[in-house]
Design a protein around this ligand. Structure first.
Ligand code: SAH
Length: 371
């Protein structure tokens, strides 16, 4: 039975499901979910199966810059003992490998560092373990363990956390403005038994859609990611209480988005229809950075940004690093320049992607976030 027919059977038995529930099943169903069953990350050219490519896979410079930023944040706080380095959704493990290699500039940071990878997919946990099993003896590059989700076991030490293209994979709920009020968009079955979108007949309770949305036109959509916001607040609260820093990088928008939705399906580097192939296509939504920043403040952290990825990476020295790499290996010049352009170019990832940081309330600034 395909995942699509299992979802259809579930809806037939229990009634329509929210877009968030559909997204969660499509991405993480243990048997057929998109992330649960594959490594989707790869370029078009070198890997036929790749559906999308991410910044750490474009160039080692991305992880190096983030690694230096994290080590600097640790130093700015007086080099706290027993730091914990957490990555959410580490993909192929490339970003963490680049961060750990770079963090060797601060042996005291690495000395009693505990690394935790938060990864729901058993397939990707495997890929990460292989990437991070550095050295000829096959030993791990650091004291590394895995968890399926971020939880309170990560609240007892200074928390240095990084997440690249993680929040876009978390489930969104959507509400559509109708004459009856805001009605949640659901996934249900049409007459032929195919998956389709439909609005819940009963409007959402008042207060669920924020007051600043009151002026939405009929048909306008309010999209929100409650799981993302709860997680961001929890991370911020740990950093406010124990010290540390979080760096969240993703594609998304800064100011409230008007009244449109952003759920999208991608397969083989092309857009697809969201309900067409649950489990086979990637599903994601743009990250609402204004809401994420607000959640960080609710958690008690200093929130810096969002700034565009281009400004952030240039601000922390990515172009200097590119120059160094080219000097060390002139033959690499073309590929280093292409990667730099891809990461910070306005029309590439530089503007669509944003960086947001959480720091303890005692800290007021950090590299890359100066206006
Ligand atoms: N950060 C990586 C991978 C991004 S893809 C990179 O930049 O290359 C998203 C990652 O988040 C994958 O590793 C996926 O398996 C993981 N993921 C998605 N939803 C998750 C969830 N709810 N809990 C834990 N991990 C999740």
């Amino acid at each position: 039975m395909t995942l699509k027919s299992r979802i259809a059977a579930l809806i037939a038995a229990q009634g329509p499901m929210s877009v968030a529930q559909f997204m969660t099943i499509a991405l993480l169903d243990p048997r057929d979910g998109y992330y649960a069953t594959r490594d989707p990350i790869g370029a078009k050219t070198d890997d036929k199966h790749g559906d999308f490519i991410t910044a750490p896979e474009i160039s080692q410079m991305f992880g190096e810059m983030l690694g230096l930023w994290l080590v600097q944040a640790w130093a700015d706080q007086g080099c706290p003992k027993n730091p914990r380095l957490v990555e959410l959704g580490p993909g192929r493990g490339t970003l963490m490998a680049d961060i750990l290699r770079t963090a060797a500039v601060a042996p005291d940071f690495l000395a009693d560092l505990e690394v935790v990878l938060v990864e729901a997919s058993p397939v990707l946990q495997q890929v990460q373990a292989e990437t991070l099993r550095g050295g000829e003896d096959g030993r791990m590059a650091a004291d590394i363990s895995w968890q399926h989700q971020f939880d309170h076991s990560l609240a007892d030490r200074p928390l240095f956390l990084v997440a690249n293209e993680f929040f876009d994979a978390l489930p969104v709920r959507q509400y559509v403005r109708t004459e009856r009020g805001w009605c949640e968009r659901m996934v249900t079955l049409d007459g032929a038994g195919e998956l389709t979108f439909a609005l819940a007949p009963v409007p959402a309770p008042p207060g669920l859609v924020p007051a600043d949305r009151a002026g939405a036109p009929l048909g306008g959509v309010y999209e929100t990611a409650p799981a993302s916001l709860a997680l961001a607040e929890e991370i911020a609260a740990v950093i406010a209480a124990k010290g540390g820093a979080a760096l969240l990088v993703d594609y998304g928008y800064e100011a409230a988005l008007g009244f449109s939705e952003t759920l999208q399906a991608v397969s083989g580097h092309r857009f697809a229809e969201a309900l067409a192939e649950p489990g086979a296509d990637d599903l994601s939504a743009h990250v609402d950075f204004a809401a994420l920043a607000q959640a960080g403040r609710r958690g008690g952290a200093t929130v810096l940004g969002p700034v565009t990825q281009g400004l952030f990476l240039a601000g922390i020295g990515l172009t200097d690093r590119a120059g160094q790499l080219i000097k060390a290996n002139p033959d690499s010049a073309d590929s280093v320049i292409a990667a730099t352009e891809r990461l910070i170019g306005h029309d590439q990832m530089g503007r669509l992607f944003k960086a947001l940081a959480f720091l303890p309330p005692s800290i007021s600034g950090a590299a890359g976030f100066t206006p």
